[in-house]
Design a protein around this ligand. Structure first.
Ligand code: NAP
Length: 302
């Protein structure tokens, strides 16, 4: 698939590196090199993951060198500080330099602004992006956790296309979908929490990257196998059995069945699980199966 309106080719599943600081050096090497062997060579980072350690662990584990760099695609994020968010030009520029130093590379394929800064000055963001592009330090730009108006505000000044918007989305965290299905109804499912970001991104060729595709709540746990979601697990098992795939594969296949052409960002640190996630790209479930899983999670239709 391509990212956003660009011609930049990426795998359908991005490998999130937020949790790799739980691995020892040998495990990290097996995981990241194994990911590349699987074809999952697009890695999602952020300067704040492990306080910067995740990027260092990654560079060591992959054995970063110019030749290795050519085989992988790197995305990272900036803008989160302790106790504040910061999209100032100075902070964006110095954060990218820190990321490049820790990843031991001279460029990022994609840079995302991590979480909306209440004090954002889009002119400054534009200056930072121009400088990073001119210096060759960043090839593509995007955002994370932003609604349509926030993106429009940036787009008034930023001249590079914003190719991705990374947002929380899983079968059990599907408010961006449920609000659209339940438009104008009285119940809570109709509450629009994101300004219609799903359709906005489709209309503007911005790839949605669902983060935490297996979590319920805010990192509360994994819904697969959880006794909090008996009906969902039953239905996922039934549909997964039909395609002879695992639950994990089915959860990714559900996201990929959405025509918005999303790129889920997984968080597993296990190569075996990542293999199952990647397999989700080869399964195309029916409309009926998609809705059965949607409903089994407690999502509603009017
Ligand atoms: N933009 C943002 O604001 C934002 C926020 C959060 C995360 N992210 C990105 O999104 C990525 C994914 O987030 P996440 O780690 O919360 O996602 P996730 O894939 O929903 O959760 C992964 C966690 O669930 C565990 N797990 C247990 N059973 C699993 C199963 N059957 N299938 C898959 N995982 C299972 C994994 O353990 P094992 O390691 O043992 O498999 C791992 O600890 C992060 O790495 C980061 O890159 C972005």
């Amino acid at each position: 698939m391509t990212l956003g309106s660009s011609t930049f080719q990426v795998p359908v599943v991005a490998v999130g590196c937020m949790r790799i600081d739980s691995l020892d050096a040998a495990e990290a090497e097996r995981f990241v090199k194994g990911s590349v062997d699987l074809g999952a060579n697009f890695f999602d980072h952020a300067d704040v993951y492990g306080g910067g350690r995740c990027e260092e662990i990654f560079a060591d584990a992959i054995g970063m060198s110019p030749a290795v760099r050519e085989q992988i695609l790197l995305q990272s994020k900036v803008g989160i500080r302790t106790g504040s968010f910061d999209f100032s030009k100075e902070h964006i520029l110095e954060s990218v330099d820190g990321i490049l130093r820790r990843l031991r590379t001279d460029h990022l394929d994609v840079l995302l602004l991590h979480r909306p800064d209440a004090l954002v000055e889009p002119e400054e963001v534009a200056e930072a992006f121009d400088q990073l592009e001119t210096q060759g330090k960043v090839k593509h730009f995007g955002v994370s956790n932003q609604n349509p108006t926030q993106i429009e505000l940036l787009r008034r000044w930023v001249k590079q296309p914003l190719v991705a918007n990374q947002l929380q989305l899983s079968i059990t965290n599907a408010t961006m979908i449920t609000a659209g299905v339940n438009v104008n109804m009285l119940g809570g499912s109709s509450v629009d929490r994101d300004g219609g970001v799903l359709d906005y991104c489709r209309l503007n060729d911005i790839t949605i990257q669902p983060w935490s595709p297996f979590q319920y709540g805010f990192f509360e746990g994994v819904f697969l196998g959880s006794d909090k979601f008996p009906e969902l697990n039953k239905v996922i098992d039934e549909v997964a059995a039909r395609y002879d795939v695992s639950q994990t594969t089915m959860a990714i296949a559900w996201l990929l069945r959405h025509p918005a052409r999303m790129q889920p960002v997984t968080g597993t640190t296990k190569l075996e699980r990542l293999t199952e996630c990647v397999a989700g790209g080869d399964v195309s479930i029916t409309r009926e199966e998609w809705y059965a899983i949607y409903l089994a999670a407690g999502n509603t239709l009017p």
